[in-house]
Design a protein around this ligand. Structure first.
Ligand SMILES: *Cc1c(COP(=O)(O)O)cnc(C)c1O
Length: 477
């Protein structure tokens, strides 16, 4: 069934309809200078009820974690508990002003301090900064810190950053933005870093390595300590991409396994909203070598008073004021709600859910690296002649599921990257697996159903290349 596309707000417009009534003017009119005035704007004219119905209907078409299962691999689309929203909207936080000064912001700075300390403990770091606004922003901070550390020692020839071929695209992007050259390290047959290739790449021009563990295949690299040792021995530093901390909280402390600097995505592991592109938070934690280089300011406690202070060799600010403070309140609420035991159960259940789902579908959707996975796994969607992962993903929409991440990581052809998260129950995982298995049957008996999918949405299959090349981002009546 193809639903009628929603009319655009302009198409609902009817001349003379208005949704506001202003009080009589009680000051003198001051005309807008003619050079600034715009009188020919073709704005829609609508009454309030039509506007409300229009936008409410549109919002109901949104796909969200509050309405549906969202197994988008690597993104950790877990449920964000509503208590986070309640605490973040308390008037003391909501109305605090970033220019009020430390004396009048003791509660806010104490919360920042407590969250820094909690995340420091979870990661096994020496210090933590809550400045960065996202994971990629944390990566950029970390690479700046590594660069500054080498420069502070007068070692200016280290311009290369090693990055495994399973890495998220933000890793080479951050390193390039920080002025270093990304060098790809291949994976071995087990899906981990190829140690021989790593050894061969290490020399005195290497600034460090950016490593994700578990990596984007959902596999824990058991050689992590050896990798860190080799890189340190060659004079480099180790950046940890902590986007996959959902597999590790309360179980493994990266800072104790040789990671020098690392980001966590609070909007993934710590249940703050991903938002439509923001605001997020990508805290960055560091060990003894790099803690003085952290972006600042950090919250510190000085003789009974909380202060925001710059670390001694800080790379500077990455964000204005306290970072995305409202997000920090949400993350703090979440870790306090779970407690230490809850954080461990989070990781255990995330790993359990992923392995349960993997076992249900791997007989039909092959998994290239079949060993036990962590919080996610990567299957392959070319399950019948002429059927591709894209077709499976689009057909899932017809079954009411958000598709997994597809065609990533790049080292698995026809990748379907599935991350259920710990917040889904067994019934949902069973329904999702059942939908995938039905789709596999359809792929053999009625592949046209897959090629035509999605067929239950207001707009069907898009030409994604054309949409990316020629985006239409505003109304063109
Ligand atoms: C999500 C993700 C990032 C980037 O984090 P953002 O918060 O989206 O900037 C980096 N690496 C991995 C493995 C990720 O999954």
């Amino acid at each position: 069934m193809n639903l009628k596309p929603e009319p655009l707000v302009y198409e609902l417009s009817s001349p003379g309809r208005i949704a506001v009534s202003l009080p009589e003017r009680d000051v003198n009119a001051t005309p807008i200078p003619a050079s600034l005035a715009r009188t020919d704007l073709p704005l829609p004219e609508l009454d309030e009820l039509t506007v409300v119905r229009h936008f409410t209907r549109l919002s109901q078409k949104n796909y969200s974690i509050d309405t549906h299962f969202y197994p988008l691999g690597s993104c950790t689309m877990k449920y964000n508990p509503k208590v986070n929203e309640q605490t973040a909207s308390l008037s003391g936080w909501r109305n605090s002003h970033p220019l009020a000064g430390d004396e009048f912001s003791q509660g806010s700075i104490e919360l920042i301090h407590r969250l820094q300390e909690t995340l420091r403990e979870i990661g096994g770091f020496e210090a933590v900064s809550l400045q960065p606004a996202a994971g990629a922003h944390g990566e950029l901070s970390g690479v700046f810190m590594i660069r500054a550390w080498h420069q502070a020692r007068g070692d200016v020839k280290r311009r290369k950053m090693l990055i495994p071929d399973s890495a998220h695209g933000t890793n080479p992007a951050s390193c390039t933005m920080a002025g270093l050259a990304a060098v790809t390290i291949p994976s071995d047959a087990e899906g981990g870093v190829d140690l021989a290739a790593l050894r061969a790449a290490l020399d005195d021009t290497v600034a460090g390595i950016m490593i994700t563990n578990p990596n984007t295949l959902g596999l824990f690299d058991p050689n992590i300590e050896e990798i860190a040792r080799l890189v340190h021995e060659a004079g480099g530093l180790v950046y940890g991409d902590g986007a996959n901390m959902n597999a590790l909280t309360g179980v493994f402390k990266p800072g104790e396994a040789g990671i020098d600097v690392m980001h966590f995505n609070l909007h993934k592991t710590f249940s703050t909203p991903h938002g439509g592109g923001g605001p997020g938070a990508g805290m960055v934690g560091a060990g003894s070598k790099l803690k003085d280089f952290l972006p600042g300011p950090l919250a510190v406690l000085e003789s009974g008073t909380y202060r925001m202070r710059m670390p001694s060799k800080s790379i500077g600010r990455m964000k204005s004021f306290y970072g995305n403070f409202g997000v920090l309140v949400r993350a703090y609420t979440y870790v306090r709600m779970l407690g230490a035991a809850g954080l461990r159960r989070l990781a255990e259940n995330a790993v359990l859910n992923a392995n349960y789902l993997k076992v249900l579908i791997e007989g039909t959707y092959p998994v290239k690296y079949p060993r036990r996975c962590m919080h996610e796994f990567v299957a392959m969607g070319d399950i019948a002649e002429g059927v591709h992962t894209l077709d499976v993903a689009k057909r899932l929409i017809d079954y009411g599921f958000h598709p997994p991440t597809i065609y990533f990581p790049l080292i698995v052809s026809e990748a379907l990257m599935i991350e259920p998260t710990e917040t889904e129950d067994k019934d949902t995982l069973d329904e999702f697996a059942e939908a995938l298995l039905k789709i596999a049957e359809e792929a053999k008996s009625h592949p046209d159903l897959l090629h035509a999918a999605p067929s239950t949405t207001p707009i069907g299959r898009l030409d994604e290349v054309a949409a990316a090349r020629n985006p239409v981002l505003c109304y063109r009546g």
